[in-house]
Structures are given as C-alpha cells and as structure tokens.
Design a protein around this ligand. Sequence first.
Ligand SMILES: Cc1cc2nc3c(=O)[nH]c(=O)nc-3n(C[C@H](O)[C@H](O)[C@H](O)COP(=O)(O)OP(=O)(O)OC[C@H]3O[C@@H](n4cnc5c(N)ncnc54)[C@H](O)[C@@H]3O)c2cc1C
Length: 382
Amino acid sequence: MPNPLPPDTVAVLGGGVLGLSTAVQLLRGGADVLLVTEAAVGSGASGRSLSWLNAGGGYGEDYYRLRMAGIDRYRTLLARNPGIDWLAFDGGLYWDDDPFTVLERHNQQTRQGYEALMVERGDVQGVVPGVDPGALPHRVLVNPGEGWVSLPHLVRHLAEEFTLRGGTLIEHAGRCTVTREDDGTDGGVRARGLRTAGGEEYAADAVVVACGAGTPAVLAEAGVDLPDASDPAMLVISEPVEHGLQAVLNTPRISLRPHPGGRLAMDSTWYLDRVTRNGDGSWSVDPDVPAELAAEASRVLAGHPEVVPQGWLPGLKPVPGDGEPVLGELAAMPGCWTAFTHSGATLGLIAGELVASEILLGRRHPLLEPFRAERFGFGWDS
Ligand SMILES: Cc1cc2nc3c(=O)[nH]c(=O)nc-3n(C[C@H](O)[C@H](O)[C@H](O)COP(=O)(O)OP(=O)(O)OC[C@H]3O[C@@H](n4cnc5c(N)ncnc54)[C@H](O)[C@@H]3O)c2cc1C
C-alpha cells in the first residue's frame, strides 16, 4: 500500500503515549498534525500504567526485537535528558512461587541474549538495593537492563514538543469517529479524516487511530473489526515514603517500582475480581484492595516502611485479541493507521516512530510486518 505522495496533514486520534509519540514524530518529519482526544491528554491507560520497560517475557523473535528497539529509544531519551526523575534503567527483579518457572524464564532470556542473572537470596541486596531478603525465595532472577518510565511525565514531555513544533491539539472532543470516502474502486473506502462527538469534521491525508482500549470500537464504527482482549487493571500510587528501591519488582503478589516524588507505583492481578466496571462506565473498587497491595509492598521492601496508598486508578488495559501489537496501515481502510498494544509503555516511542515513518515515507517498515491487523484474516481484498 505505498502512498504516492507524503501526506501534508495527518489527524491523530487519541492523546495517550502512542498518539503523542506518533504525532511528535510526524511533526519532526514535516507534516501538519492535528491531535484530537476524548478528554485530557494522558487520561487513558497512559495515566495509570506500571510502565515496566522490558523484553524478557519469552516473546517470539519479532516481538522481542521490537521491544528491544523500544528500550533502545528510551535509553536515547534518557541520555538526552540526564537528570529526569521519571525514567530510569536500574534493572528488574523477578520471582515466582514456582522455581522452575523462574529458571525457564532465565534460560529463555539467556537464549535470546537478554541479560539475565540467577542471584542467591543472600546476594540480592548488593545487586538490587531496597528489597528485604527475607521476603525472597532461595533464588531470584535479575535483569540489569530493565527500567521504568512514568507515562504521565512522558506524555507531558511529548505534549510540550508537540506544541513547540506547531501541532494543533484538541482535547475534550468526546468520542470521535473516523470519516471515510469512496476510494474510486468498486466498494472500496479510504480514511478521510475525523469527526468529533460534537460533529466538527477535520479532513486529513492520513489518520492514525491510537485510542488505547477504545481502538476496537473506533475501528468497528468505520467497518473494521479488530479482536479485542482489553481487560480491567488498576494502578496504586503511594504517598511519599523512604524506600530505597530503584529496580522494578515483579513478584507473585505485587509489581512495584519507584515513582517520582519519592512515591511507589504498584499493581497486580489478584484483586481484579474486586475491581468492577459499572453499567455507566464508572468503576467500583473494594476499598480494602489498595491497603492490601500497599501492605504487600511494605512486606517486600527492606526495613518494611509504612506504605500508604494515596490514589488508585482503575480502568481498562488495552490488549489486542491475540496479545500482540496491532501496528500499521489497515488494508481494509487505506489511509488509516492504527497503534494498539498492551505493551504501550515499552513500545511507546518505537511504535510512534515506525508508524510515523510509514506515513511520511509511504513505505511499509519491515519491523511492523508481523504486527499488521490483517493477521486476523481480514482486509487483504478490500
Ligand atoms: C495497570 C497497568 C499496567 C501496565 N503495565 C505496563 C508495563 O509494565 N509495561 C508496558 O509496556 N505497558 C504497560 N501497560 C500498558 C500501557 O500503559 C498501555 O499500553 C499504554 O499506556 C497505552 O497507550 P495508548 O496511547 O495506546 O492508550 P491510552 O493511554 O489509553 O490513550 C488513548 C486515548 O484515546 C482516547 N480515546 C479513546 N477512544 C476515543 C475516541 N473514540 N475518540 C477520541 N479519543 C478517544 C482515550 O480517552 C485516551 O486518552 C500497563 C497498563 C496498565 C493500565
């Protein structure tokens, strides 16, 4: 699907990390960019993400390579902005109740060239400060190359560049839709622009749909059915606490990382049957859950500091139907690109860069080939 001419105007729908990073890359490449989003920027999953930057989950080679490229872009961002307190590469620490699961993870990571160390409990403090050895099993897995980012900070950082480069931002536009037009072939359509909930229409040469968990609904309205496995999730942020933790911890009952302002960010899955979505779209949370999660944080941290939950943020985590990213132009609707992934923190910068490069250059990027929507079996004939 090569584009004969680079587009002048691109409309990006969705003000999360993927929409903003794509929009900034498009501006850097010389396009005029309009970014339209339902509420405030960063108010979706990017406002409530643990954002562990990693590639060690036993992924296939294509996904592994993409995630490593994602980490690479964050390292560059950090090198260019030394001293920021919202992005760090101080490693990851992983354990599971089943020691064989940990060993298998280590072996898989080592096969892929991912830095992975099995560390004895007694040696952990020298490698990963801030953790209580008494909370650990006999051996744990350390991944020195992993990191974390605070996405609300990254989104603000990208939004500043977006404004400085002359992008047009429309927030609080409500649930928008993609508009289409006849592409001149028998029954074929292509994307023509966006329509806001209030009915304003914006024409564009290319459209990017980066609506997080809202992406399948936006595409369904435009006639493209994308399998969706988006799921409830909840992040808890603590009050400031002296904790000494630098790495990201992934353990059976908590994932935990430092957060700017001396806080901790944490999540897990064991409480998700106590986090429910109401018919009107609001969320109800069992009020004991944040305190129970904070108590688990205290249990695994050295010195057992009192961890007090300050805020908890329930909502949907975007997940494509088969768990892998959906990136690139839609064969079923030329002129419309999508960026929809559950690993949107790790992929935030690289996905935006590659999607923007396809739009600007009119050439499909080989790294995105395995992640096209058409793998779900539609759209090639449209
Ligand atoms: C608790 C939790 C933990 C996570 N942990 C990790 C992790 O450790 N590592 C990792 O890599 N990723 C992690 N993720 C996933 C990652 O945070 C997301 O993949 C990423 O933030 C998604 O960004 P996005 O821009 O696609 O979507 P969002 O941030 O959701 O942004 C989409 C925006 O589009 C807007 N929108 C939706 N529909 C419409 C519409 N019709 N019209 C206009 N606007 C619309 C929404 O309001 C929203 O602002 C986690 C997510 C959660 C929730």
